[in-house]
Design a protein around this ligand. Structure first.
Ligand SMILES: *Cc1c(COP(=O)(O)O)cnc(C)c1O
Ligand SMILES: [Zn+2]
Length: 393
């Protein structure tokens, strides 16, 4: 059985070389650049993209690179609620309309499930014994659940300390082998990259977000937003850690436009915490190379990353879409986490709350004055009970 659709390929985002679709190719053999999946040029698909029943990631399989007869490893991920934040927008006296995409409603409580369902489906198909990820927590929780469902082993590398309790509990619950790494997330990712990707050993399938196939599942956020809203939003605000998600969502919008299914795209606004803002620094200083943060600090541990691997893809998404990158302080995000919870009934983990803080800044700076604004609430409030107990009791 063929794993990928005909005409699906990989392309280097740096030198534009193209390669045949291959689950094991993660960087460009010519220049070392990141790869992206190239979809077939045409689709016969028309609205509604996801059909008429309950939507989930695999409702969009025409727009995913896997062959239609590959059986997915799925927990019904995707199809998350898009809730209007009417009381907040009223209080802000803005003519824009904000909506939060509740990604905490995914099976393991974060958007990572959208990528993991695709990634683990591929892993199972390649015949490996298991998968491996470095993680700030949610990737580990998701990989653990999906590999359990697929009957695969799961190894997760976590930075020592600094992983939220809910997330590590999930990894343990689903039976993952947890390896604590001295140092930060970036060090854990380096280790997976050297031990697994560069070594060429093919016993465990690596599913961090340099894996371009995993990002294909995450692009469905764009499809759902357009379908639920009934139009293309004007802005999409998303927290940025390793910068895979912003790249994936932008790719989703671009594909809809290239298929003629939409005629415009939103401006992408990426958000980082002040103490972990390598991309914001790179953007503001207009640098050509990444401004690394050696020791990133923020209570939003999901985005506590100093060397985002997908930085070049993310900068391209922001530039091409006419968007920007914004940083917010931990105090600001604690404030908006509380507001979301108490004014709208929306519980997000700290990383999800940065989107509202950035929205407020964008209004104050005159960047947003009207239109539809999507905030991606990336993870569920229960992921990080310690932050809640420490700050809100
Ligand atoms: C992974 C994650 C992010 C960051 O996404 P990237 O793709 O790494 O930029 C943001 N919020 C939550 C809750 C996450 O789990
Ligand atoms: Zn290249």
């Amino acid at each position: 059985m063929k794993l990928f659709k005909a005409d699906v390929a990989l392309r280097c985002v740096k030198c534009r070389s193209t390669y045949d679709a291959d689950p094991w190719l993660f960087t460009c053999p010519r220049c070392g650049g990141l790869l992206e999946v190239v979809m077939p040029e045409e689709t016969s698909l028309r609205w509604p993209l996801g059909g008429c029943g309950r939507r989930y990631v695999w409702s969009y399989r025409e727009l995913l690179p896997l062959s239609n007869d590959v059986e997915p490893v799925s927990l019904g991920e995707g199809g998350t609620p898009l809730v209007p934040l009417n009381r907040i927008t009223q209080a802000l006296k803005t003519r824009s309309n904000a909506y939060m995409k509740l990604e905490g409603a995914n099976p393991t409580g974060s958007f990572k499930d959208r990528g993991m369902t695709v990634g683990v489906t591929i892993a199972r198909h390649t015949g490996v014994s298991g998968v491996v990820v470095a993680s700030t927590g949610n990737t580990a929780a998701s990989a653990a659940a999906y590999s359990a469902r697929a009957g695969l082993k799961c190894v997760v590398l976590l930075p020592k300390g600094g992983v939220a309790k809910g997330k590590i509990s999930q990894a343990l619950l689903h039976g993952a082998e947890v390896v604590e790494v001295d140092g930060m997330f970036d060090d854990a990712l380096d280790r997976v990259f050297t031990d697994v990707v560069l070594s060429g050993r093919r016993t465990l399938y690596p599913l961090n977000s340099y894996n371009p196939w995993r990002l294909e599942g995450q692009k469905t956020i764009a499809f759902e937003v357009v379908e639920e809203l009934g139009r293309v939003p004007d802005f999409l605000i998303v927290p940025v850690g390793n910068a895979g998600n912003i790249s994936a969502i932008w790719k989703g919008f671009k594909e809809l436009r290239s298929y003629g299914l939409i005629d415009r795209t939103p401006r992408m606004i990426g958000v980082q915490s002040e103490g972990a803002a390598p991309l914001v620094m790179t953007w503001v200083k207009r640098c050509e190379s990444l401004q690394v943060v050696e020791s990133p600090q923020t209570i939003a541990t999901a985005i506590r990353i100093g060397r985002p691997i997908n930085w070049s893809k993310a900068l391209k998404a922001v530039r091409e879409s006419g968007g920007t990158l914004i940083s917010v302080s931990d105090d600001e995000l604690l404030g908006t986490m509380k507001t979301l919870a108490r004014v709208e009934g929306v519980g997000v983990e700290p990383a999800g709350a940065v989107t509202l803080a950035a929205y407020i800044k964008a209004i104050e700076e005159g960047l947003i004055s009207e239109g539809d604004v999507i905030l991606v609430g990336t993870g569920h409030a229960l992921k990080d009970p310690d932050v809640i107990i420490k700050h809100f009791t």
